[in-house]
Design a binder for this molecule. Sequence first.
Ligand code: 13P
Length: 288
Amino acid sequence: MLVSAKEMLAKARAGHYAVGQFNINNLEWTKAILLTAEEMKSPVILGVSEGAGKYMCGYKTVVGMVNGMIDELGITVPVALHLDHGSYEGAYKCIEAGFSSVMFDGSHYPIEENLAKTKELVDVCASRGLSLEAEVGAIGGEEDGVIGGGEVADPKECKMIADLGVTMLAAGIGNIHGKYPENWAGLRFDVLEAISNEVGADMPLVLHGGTGIPADMIKKAISLGVSKINVNTECQLAFAAATRTYIEEGKDLVGKGFDPRKVLAPGVEAIKATVREKIELFGSANKA
Ligand code: 13P
């Protein structure tokens, strides 16, 4: 059964580790992530961007697939199904479709409008037992058509959003979706610390753009209150590289090597390895 992310993140915040949000793109992705979380006895959050939701034939299809897999694969660890960078309309669609968690990304609105729309969704989610993530300051780079300027969050605005009763808060601290450029200045730990002090020790903070952040920065971010870390691009890169090797080695030309289950298998194993590595790094193994 799907669960809200509230309890798993409260435990992570108190226990000084982070739960991974791994974005899904299709059946193979979902299966790889669920099986790895189960193997490692780790809670997990499946992230769905609006683009990926559309690709997978809509949110109801996603809910059906994930619920079916949890049941038929015998998944016992807590799993939250979460809308990633949701629009106002997208948030309502996911709530209706049966998601257990929603991110409303109002960071591109003026702060008053972000506050008003977030508050409305806090109430709707609370009445249905769902978790809600809000965002202040924009994550840099591009994810599925959502483009962020990379503005660093204002800790006072973070406090205003946190006080609305959101479950978790994403704040721009110099993090970027996709690969980090060579000249990336790193995370703004001064801002993260100021935000953490403003919002208090109970508010789980979310670090987007988890791909390519060095392990020491991840550990420091967790020590300053980050309890949820989003990873998307790294699984895509791992899947693509493993699939390329399979084709380049001509394995699809040998026997029944063209069988889609065989063609996609190395990519699935590569996703599993990436997820395993992140769960170790984030410290959420054996916390289910
Ligand atoms: P990456 O694609 O950089 O891992 O970021 C994922 C993310 O933040 C999803 O919201």
